[in-house]
Design a protein around this ligand. Sequence first.
Ligand SMILES: [Zn+2]
Length: 372
Amino acid sequence: MVHSQFLNFCGGFLFGDKAVDEVGVMCRQLGYVKGSAMIVCDSITWEIAGKRISDSLRASGFETVEKNMVEKGAVREEVDKARGRIKSSKAAIVFGVGGGVNIDVAKASAFIEGAKWITVPTIFAADAMTGINATFRGEEKGVDGKAHQGDYDFRVGPPLACVVDNEIVRSAPWRFQAAGFADYVAKACAIEDWKLAYAQKMTDHYSEYGVALANSHISYLIENAARIRKMETGPFEAFLKALMNDGFLTQMSGDSRILFGSEHVIGQALMEGESRMKSLHGEQVAIGTIIMSRLQGLDWKVLKGSLEEIGAPTTARAIGFDSETLVMAIARGPEINRAWMHDRPDFYTILTHKDFTEQQVRKIAKETGVIE
Ligand SMILES: [Zn+2]
């Protein structure tokens, strides 16, 4: 028996060079012609895109465009501040402009206040733009009013639209896009873990359609990494669109297991280490993908090769770790995985299935060239 499920997705994409100047026209097409809007940004993304979005909205008939600056990261205080502004300005649409943090603050504050939200990623370091969750840092009292030890997700649903200005993303530091690429091809490991959990009857759900869709994207990205790196028009556009489609992919898969598996557990282990501030999420996941794909018996050389071609870090040193600290951090993987299973008992992966001792970590890290 297949239970019926209502799936809704990001309602529209505005994609192309100078897209941010067309936001007012897009809002008109979506039925928003006047009133008040709010832009959630920081001083950098205001200069890059926020100001132009504000001009475009005013030109198309919006009377008020409020600016809300994020200063403290993905924390409740920022969501409360943004909510206050939405209330006082009666904003019907909220724009999240920038990387993950601004987008997450926009998503959560608009959702709670009953406004619509539109995401405007200026970098492609992760796939938050069309996702149905907003991610926040652990606090005594989180956005949902509950206590959280580590990072947590707050479910908000899909955005009204997603705006991607190719020109802006092209001129962003490449490191961010390389990290986003790594976060995407990491799905190769996540899928393997999901298959394992299903085969071991640790989960009763598995989506062949979601996996087929993700695999076709992963193969394309791996084969075209060098062309994406050169920002050739076709492959670079395909890369952006693959990441923009993540919200659709997750909903169609019916499970966030398509997004992360054991390689993200290793990424988490590396984030808890001393390099937390030095490397990006996708960069930590890149190392997790190399190590886990070897443990899973996948073609790790192909995955590592694509990460090298795209310019993502593939060694301990490149993410600010010395060899021994990295081995110790990764050896905590099984423990972290089991801790995640308190919340998600179905999160069975290769790390809970097989022994993964410090000696094995060292051996695999050497074999794959992550350490010398
Ligand atoms: Zn990720």
